[in-house]
Design a protein. Structure first.
Length: 505
């Protein structure tokens, strides 16, 4: 089992030759009651990566470390500048499966091998307040780095200040002010590993086949830049989805949709004989993501509806029934989603996306002027959306209209994503279209959520009845969802006129 800790820290070094640095007296840092020496730990860490250092290129570190209070396997995933999630697993001879799964989107089938060994003498001090509460841990690390399988070696001294769990990050600013006065400055490398790789001649390489970033010029350049952003999002969100972090599934689902719709909207730029199979696989991934996300959205919606319901209309253990229903569906969908991310099919999709952005199947229009080519694609999507809205509003209320409105919602999203991709080239015009489509999809999305909520309420009512419970409250909520959907349908014509005006501005 792996445990996770949010790590907020800053690293410093001094101007002395060889990177040596001394620790000034920190007792007068505001808020510090005393500085307590905790002794010296001898740490021995071996860092693992692929031969071409795919993890290092993404600022991810994976190590096996002995010594200290937290020896074991550590995987560090970047969150923000100076903030990382450290995922810990017990000592073992091989990399734990719980950690390899979290880097799978980065390394794919490449083997994780030991690259660098770091041995550190860590002199630890605790900064505590007047009541003895821990504020931060400060350590002076004297590091000896060795390139495994080579002759490179390096050594340096650094100071690390790590905020206590739940501490105020502003406290680190106070410590830094003191350290700067003592002649120390921020560590130039993002981590010990990055410095070791650089100083032992093992400079991290770019991922294979990845072209250097360049400013988009042609229509094809803009489409590929947007596609690359979404491919990167799929890769970066993979570990967050596996860890079940908030909004991770939603983010990956959006990136999948954006990619799929971009390939369809700009089929005049990218050859569909190549992109259609990729779109099929993206649709599969979106479907695997949908179950978990849809269940999450509906549970939250129904819980809020229960909160708004007068007590006199709540009959039976409705909250417990909703929690049980949600937990059962969540457990099953989580397992299916993890299996999908672990599948060969998912790896093939990521490989296909890599190939798409590194060796794109460009058509003639890809070399054209962005304003003309991308603008025409956005207008084409708008025309299709107009026909779908007209059809949906012309149908009587019921299942057929619900389906037609759902199709209109999907087309509105495609138009929005096409406008997003075109915005760097088209400017304010595309940005206005993006805003207009976002507003429209919000209304249509609320309608679709109501449709799914009613399906869930029927299921909940049947379960309640089978358990001998009252289904009255679920019936009340069903009626409210019907009225909410009807209000959305009544508001659609006006919302569509506003969207058209917005897209034309």
């Amino acid at each position: 089992m792996a445990d996770t800790k949010r790590e907020i820290e800053r690293k410093y070094e001094g101007p002395a030759a060889g990177g040596g640095a001394g620790l000034p007296d920190l007792t007068d840092v505001p808020g510090v009651g005393s500085v307590i020496g905790k002794g010296v730990d001898e740490l021995d860490a071996t860092y693992y990566d692929t031969a071409d250092q795919l993890l290092a290129a993404a600022a991810i570190t994976l190590r096996h470390r002995t010594g200290g209070h937290d020896e074991g396997w550590h995987l560090k995933l970047p969150v923000a500048d100076g903030v990382r999630d450290e995922i810990h697993a017990p000592l073992s001879d091989t990399v734990p499966a719980a950690l390899t799964s979290l880097v799978r989107s980065r390394v794919r089938d490449a083997a994780l091998v030991p690259l660098v060994r770091l041995r550190s003498s860590r002199d630890v001090r605790h900064l505590v307040d007047d009541s003895g509460g821990l504020l931060a841990e400060v350590s002076v690390d004297r590091v000896r780095a060795e390139r495994l399988g080579g002759k490179g070696a390096a050594q340096w001294t650094e100071i690390e200040v790590e905020l206590a769990d739940g501490g105020d990050p502003a406290f680190l600013d106070k410590v830094e002010k003191k350290l700067r006065k003592a002649g120390l400055h921020r560590f130039a490398s993002p981590s010990k590993l990055a410095r070791a790789l650089a100083e032992t001649g093992a400079v991290a390489a770019r991922p294979a086949g990845e072209p250097p970033a360049a400013k988009p010029v042609t229509a094809g350049d803009h489409v590929l830049a947007y596609a690359r952003e979404q491919r990167d999002a799929l890769v970066e969100l993979d570990p967050a989805v596996r860890r079940d972090l908030p909004d991770a599934v939603h983010g990956m689902r959006i990136a999948t949709r954006r990619l799929r719709n971009t390939l369809r909207s700009f089929d005049n730029v990218l050859d569909r004989t190549v992109t259609d199979p990729i779109r099929t696989e993206l649709k599969w991934l979106a479907g695997e993501l949908a179950g978990d996300r849809d269940q999450e959205v509906i549970t939250k919606r129904l819980a809020a509806a229960l909160d708004d319901l007068p007590r006199t209309l709540r009959s039976g253990p409705v909250r417990k029934r909703l929690r049980t229903w949600s937990r059962e569906r969540h457990s099953g969908s989580r397992q299916r989603l993890t299996e999908a991310l672990d599948s060969r099919r998912h790896l093939y999709l990521l490989a296909a996306l890599d190939a798409l952005v590194s060796d794109p199947p460009l058509r003639k229009a890809a070399g054209g002027k962005p304003g003309k080519v991308l603008g025409a694609a956005v207008r084409k999507d708008l025309d299709r959306l107009s026909r779908l809205v007209a059809r949906a509003t012309g149908l009587p209320p019921g299942r057929d209209r619900d389906l037609a409105l759902h199709e209109a919602r999907k087309k509105a999203k495609r138009t929005r994503y096409a406008a997003e991709a075109a915005a760097p080239a088209l400017g304010k015009r595309a940005e206005a279209t993006t805003r207009a489509m976002k507003s429209l999809t919000k209304l249509l999305g609320d309608h679709q959520d109501s449709v799914m909520s009613r399906d869930a309420l029927r299921d909940l009512a049947e379960q309640a009845q089978a358990a001998g419970e009252s289904s009255f409250t679920f019936g009340v909520l069903y009626g409210r969802e019907e009225r909410r959907a009807a209000a959305d349908e009544d508001a659609l014509p006006r919302a569509w006129r506003r969207a058209v005006r917005g897209a034309a501005s």
